[in-house]
Design a protein around this ligand. Structure first.
Ligand code: SF4
Ligand code: SF4
Ligand code: SF4
Length: 607
């Protein structure tokens, strides 16, 4: 009869299990044939162990959050890992007590209610450990409550807003463990089956001890559990089971597509709304506080994403670096932009099929570089010094690389440009394609199929010329702060080649916000909603930070960053190609450098 206390827990658990089975099956069935095959092929011991290890480190220990903020990491770990240990140890305890591997599913949860005093092998140790892990989980609950009211103590500037489903789940989650403590404390007082924590609590509430109070407390505990399980699928806590699936699917090599599919859902439901992606988003400095990734993910899930939010993002990638779950916030947003602009895709049928020119090297400057002629002039100089047979492919009448259209979600239109450009590049017979714009570089590397044509960013090309002593820049004491362009640094992982080039010309000063943590200049093509004033706020914020290091020059490797920073007027801004050419000119004027024959001839022309 007293078994009725397990009913709320059991009903909630059955509901949760059915919803999870339904969703997981739907998500996996919705993957493309190739992705399903990838998933099946990933069920090999080594890959499975890799995924399980990741589930352990990230899903239970929350290692990435720990590295960012130990207190926040402890909070997440104590709740997830502590509860996990209570479940595992609870099962082992019941198996030891019953001397059987098969035990009723509910017994580990309500063990101290049903087992009122039996002793068995190591029962004292089990009681101690169960109390200890309960204490750890309770410390996590206390920290979670504190975080809601005092987020600054956890090093966070912002936390996310809760919707009703989340509030219900959160309230029941916060109640589960205090109720468990009270229920186990009461049983410990009545039957003496507790340890240091539950027995102490039992003594404190001993004046209320009775069988009926005990029954009420255990029933309340069961209700809190059942309620949490029932609320979980429609709350942020759905991320707990979904993240496990995400890890397996991602490790199988499955990636986001240009259109929504069920992998999009898996990513969206994996967001824990931890809010870590809010802190470093520069848009807050410009007063934009509604379009950050966590809100985009939430609104995709709730089907109420607006274009205003979707297109109001610099696509700088900082949130992707900060996300402990590894959600592809940038690709996810671009996919939503593609979905949102399907009906607007332009035709581009007018593209002329201009003939390709035969050359061993192609230079594609890109629209932004055309707006910064100093970079083009420097690149021409360097090609000339290297004696390259270069075809300046987009010097006149050539289409864009396609990336800006992609950032705007115009995927079909971008594809037409890509096909047109690809035909020309392959038709030229070139072995190398050099670009001086990171936006172009990303699309040429990721979306073009150029066979054996080597795509080089100008930093790579220039550093190769320096290493091979084809050009000899003169090293000076000029203090250089290098700004990592978002698309090149976080977007393509290229941090070293530009620095290598700059080190050959001056003193590169390391700064706090660099590489993965570099600022966005504010000029991003990715944001179609931000105003010029808001862009200026972001630019000024970045410049102010760099100015602390007293640079003689702010270097960058992107025409758009250069153009954006140049508007500030309080700092000299140069592209790395311009810096190298200027340093060659200066050293040719001052020092008789040990130049190559080609370079000597060219230096004469310059002086
Ligand atoms: S996107 Fe990542 S960092 Fe942002 S709230 Fe979701 S899980 Fe946290
Ligand atoms: S990509 Fe950059 S601007 Fe956009 S939400 Fe993330 S951090 Fe903010
Ligand atoms: S990428 Fe490319 S096309 Fe193209 S701008 Fe740079 S910028 Fe324009």
């Amino acid at each position: 009869m007293e078994n009725f206390i397990i009913i709320p827990f059991t009903v909630g658990l059955i509901y949760l299990t059915l919803v999870l089975i339904y969703r997981f099956v739907k998500w996996v069935r919705g993957l493309s044939k190739l992705d399903k095959l990838r998933l099946v092929q990933s069920f090999k011991i080594r890959r499975m162990l890799r995924s399980l290890k990741e589930v352990f480190y990230e899903g239970l220990l929350h290692r990435k959050i720990f590295r960012k903020n130990p207190v926040l990491g402890y909070m997440h770990m104590s709740l997830a890992f502590g509860w996990f240990l209570l479940i595992v140890l609870g099962h082992i305890e019941v198996m030891a007590a019953r001397r059987s591997l098969l035990v009723p599913f509910y017994l580990p949860v309500f063990f101290r209610y049903f087992e009122t005093g039996t002793t068995f092998f190591a029962s004292g140790i089990f009681s101690f450990l169960m109390d200890f892990f309960l204490l750890i989980v309770l410390s996590g609950v206390a920290l979670a409550m504190l975080k809601r009211f005092k987020k600054q103590l956890f090093g966070m500037k912002k936390t996310t807003r809760l919707k009703t489903g989340d509030r219900m789940a959160l309230t029941s989650l916060w109640l589960i463990f205090p109720l468990r403590l009270l229920a186990e404390g009461m049983s410990a007082e009545l039957y003496g089956n507790g340890s240091f924590l539950t027995s102490s609590v039992g003594h404190i509430i001993g004046s209320f001890s009775s069988e009926s109070t005990n029954l009420v407390l255990w029933t309340a505990y069961s209700c809190a559990l059942g309620f949490f399980f029932a609320a979980l699928p429609n709350s942020r806590y759905m991320h707990i089971p979904t993240e496990v699936l995400l890890i397996f699917v991602r490790n199988a090599g499955i990636r986001l597509k240009k259109r929504n599919n069920t992998y999009t859902d898996i990513q969206v439901f994996s967001c824990s709304r931890c809010g870590l992606c809010l802190d470093n988003c520069q848009m807050a400095a410009a007063g934009i506080n509604h379009a950050q990734s966590v809100y985009i993910l939430k609104n995709i899930r709730n089907n109420n994403l607006t274009d205003e939010q979707l297109f109001n993002c610099l696509l700088c990638g900082k949130c992707e670096v900060d996300c402990p779950v590894g959600i592809n916030t940038i690709d996810l947003r671009i996919t939503q932009r593609i979905e949102s602009t399907l009906q607007y895709n332009s035709s581009y049928n007018y593209l002329e099929d201009l003939p390709a020119r035969k050359a061993s090297t192609i230079y594609f400057a890109g629209c932004m570089t055309h707006l910064t002629p100093g970079i083009i002039a420097s690149m021409k100089t360097l090609f000339h010094m290297a004696g390259e047979n270069v075809w300046f492919m987009d010097e006149e009448k050539a289409p864009c690389c396609g990336r800006p259209l992609m950032l705007a979600g115009q995927h079909d239109a971008a594809s037409k440009l890509i096909v047109n450009n690809t035909r020309k590049i392959l038709g030229s017979g070139a072995k190398t394609l050099v670009v001086s714009c990171p936006i172009c570089y990303k699309v040429f590397r990721e979306d073009y199929e150029l066979g054996n044509v080597e795509v080089l960013f100008h930093a790579e090309y220039i550093s190769r010329l320096i290493r091979e002593q084809i050009i000899l820049p003169g090293k000076t004491t000029t203090r250089i702060v290098y700004h990592d362009p978002c698309e090149l640094g976080r977007g393509m992982g290229m941090f070293e080649p530009p620095r290598e080039v700059l080190r050959a010309t001056g003193k590169v000063i390391p700064v706090k916000n660099e590489k993965q943590m570099a600022h966005c200049c504010g000029g991003s093509l990715g944001n179609l909603k931000i105003s010029q004033q808001e862009r200026a706020v972001l630019r000024n914020q970045a410049v102010k930070d760099y100015q602390q290091y007293l640079p003689d020059v702010l270097a960058t490797a992107c025409p758009l960053c250069k153009k954006t920073f140049a508007r500030h007027r309080g700092i000299e801004v140069m592209d790395i190609a311009e810096i190298v050419v200027s340093s060659i000119r200066k050293s040719a004027e001052v020092v008789p450098v040990k130049a190559s024959v080609k370079e000597e001839a060219f230096a004469e022309e310059l002086v």
